[in-house]
Design a protein around this ligand. Structure first.
Ligand code: ADP
Ligand code: MG
Length: 386
C-alpha cells in the first residue's frame, strides 16, 4: 500500500527512479519508514538522490539500511517489531543474548514451537541484528539446504558448498523437522555443526517440535541439537491481541477494541492467521451473517456424522474412503444446498484455503452423474436439511 504511494511520488522523478526503487524493501513502523537497499551502490543512490527528494513529502522519519539478499534474511522481521509476551519472553531474551555475542552465549540455540508462534521471525531478527553489526550471516530452510546439497553433488562441487557454508559466522537453519529421513543432509549438517561449534560460530535452529521428538533424525544429530540451549516458545491470547494491534497499525487501520475482538475471535493461537483475517476484513468488513452460516454448517456436519456413523475427527481428518466421501458430501451440502461461503467451510474443516472445498463440490457433482445411490443419498440428506 505504502510502497505504491511512494512509487507515485517517485514517478515525478522519472522511470529510472521507479525501476531502481522496485529493488528496495520497505518497512513501515508507526511514524518511521525504513528503506532497505539491496547493495552499496543503491544505498548511495538512495542517500544522494532519493532521500533528499522524499524529505517533507512522506511525513515520516525515513531511515535507510543496507540489505544483502544473499543472506536470505527477511529484513522486516526484527526484534523491535516482535511483540513480547508470557510464552515467548524467554525465547526473545535468549535470542537477544545470542545476537549480542554470537558464538559465545548459547551455541547451538534450538527454538521450537507450533506453527505461527514467531520462530522464523526470531531467527531473522537474530540474523538482521548480527548482519547489521557486520557478521557474515545466512538464513536457510532445511528444504533449501537439502536442494543445495543435491545440486552441488550433481555438479561434483560438494566440497565447494561445504567451504561456503563454513565461511559464515552466523548460520540460521529453519524448519528442522523437515530433516526427517534426509540422511545425506543430516550428515552434512552434523559435520557442519561440529566445525562451527569448535570455532565459536553461531548456529540457531528452529523446529516445530523439540529435538527428541524429531522423527527419522539420527541420534547423534539430535544430541548435537541439545548440546547448547533448547527453548520452547508459544503464543497466548493477550500477546496475540497485541500482535493484531500492531499489524493493524502497520497497515494504517485503527485498532479499535471492537476490531481487535473481532479478529481475535476469528483466529487460533497462530500469528500467521492474523494476516489472513485482516485481509479478509479489508475485503468483507465485519461479517454479520457468519452466525447463520455457522449454525448451518453444524447442522450439515451433525447430519453427515450420523448418516455415515463417523466421529468428528474421522470426518475432519480421516483418509479412508468412507471418511473422504463423507467429507466431500458435507462440503457439497454446505456450499450447494445451504449456500455457505467457501471460506467459511474451509475454516470449519481446518483447511488452509478453499481450493479443497471447490474440489470436493466438483467431485460430488461428477459422482452423482454416475452413481444413483449417491444421488439418492444426497436427495435424502437435502430433504432433512430443509
Ligand atoms: P513460525 O515460524 O513459528 O511458524 P512466523 O515467525 O512465521 O511463525 O510468524 C508468523 C507471522 O506472525 C509472521 O508474520 C510474524 O512476523 C508474526 N509474528 C509471530 N509472532 C510475533 C510476535 N511475537 N510479534 C510480532 N509478530 C509476530
Ligand atoms: Mg517458520
Amino acid at each position: 500500500m505504502l510502497k505504491r504511494s511512494l512509487v507515485s511520488l517517485l514517478e515525478e522523478l522519472g522511470d529510472y527512479a521507479v525501476k531502481v526503487f522496485s529493488e528496495f524493501e520497505v518497512l513501515e513502523e508507526g511514524d518511521s519508514l525504513t528503506l532497505f537497499a539491496p547493495n552499496e551502490e543503491l544505498l548511495d543512490w538512495a542517500k544522494d538522490f532519493l532521500i533528499p527528494r522524499l524529505r517533507g513529502k512522506v511525513g515520516r522519519r525515513v531511515r535507510l539500511k543496507l540489505f544483502d539478499r544473499s543472506t536470505n534474511l527477511n529484513p522486516k522481521y526484527t526484534f523491535e517489531n516482535f511483540v513480547v509476551g508470557k510464552r515467548n519472553e524467554v525465547a526473545y531474551k535468549v535470542c537477544l543474548e545470542v545476537s549480542s555475542a554470537p558464538g559465545y552465549s548459547f551455541n547451538p540455540l534450538f527454538l521450537y514451537g507450533k506453527v505461527g508462534v514467531g520462530k522464523t521471525h526470531l531467527l531473522n531478527a537474530i540474523g538482521n541484528e548480527c548482519y547489521s553489526r557486520g557478521y557474515k550471516v545466512l538464513y536457510l530452510q532445511v528444504e533449501d539446504l537439502y536442494l543445495k546439497i543435491y545440486r552441488f553433488i550433481k555438479e561434483g562441487k560438494l566440497e565447494r558448498l561445504r567451504e561456503t557454508l563454513k565461511s559464515y559466522e552466523v548460520l540460521l537453519i529453519d524448519d528442522v523437522q523437515f530433516l526427517s529421513g534426509k540422511e545425506r543432509t543430516q550428515v552434512e549438517l552434523f559435520n557442519l555443526m561440529n566445525y562451527m561449534f569448535l570455532r565459536n560460530r553461531q548456529m540457531v535452529l528452529a523446529s516445530d517440535r523439540e529435538p527428541k521428538k524429531l522423527l527419522y533424525v539420527s541420534e547423534r544429530l539430535i544430541s548435537r541439537f541439545e548440546q547448547g540451549l533448547v527453548v520452547e516458545l508459544g503464543l497466548d491470547e493477550e500477546t496475540k491481541r497485541k500482535i493484531i494491534e500492531r499489524k493493524l497499525k502497520e497497515r494504517g487501520l485503527k485498532p479499535t477494541k471492537e476490531l481487535i475482538d473481532y479478529l481475535s475471535e476469528r483466529t487460533s493461537l497462530n500469528a500467521r492467521e492474523v494476516e489472513g483475517a485482516i485481509n479478509r476484513y479489508l475485503i468483507y468488513g465485519f461479517e454479520e451473517e457468519r452466525e447463520e452460516e455457522s449454525k448451518g454448517l453444524e447442522e450439515v456436519i451433525g447430519l453427515v456424522l450420523r448418516h455415515f456413523n463417523l466421529s468428528e475427527r474421522e470426518l475432519m481428518e480421516g483418509r479412508d474412503r468412507r471418511s473422504v466421501l463423507a467429507r466431500q458430501v458435507a462440503m457439497y451440502l454446505s456450499v450447494k444446498v445451504l449456500g455457505i461461503r467457501l471460506w467459511e467451510v474451509a475454516i470449519r474443516f481446518k483447511r488452509r484455503n478453499h481450493s479443497i472445498v471447490i474440489y470436493s463440490v466438483k467431485k460430488v457433482e461428477e459422482l452423482i452423474k454416475r452413481d444413483r445411490r449417491l444421488k439418492n443419498l444426497i436427495e435424502h440428506l437435502k430433504g432433512k436439511l430443509k
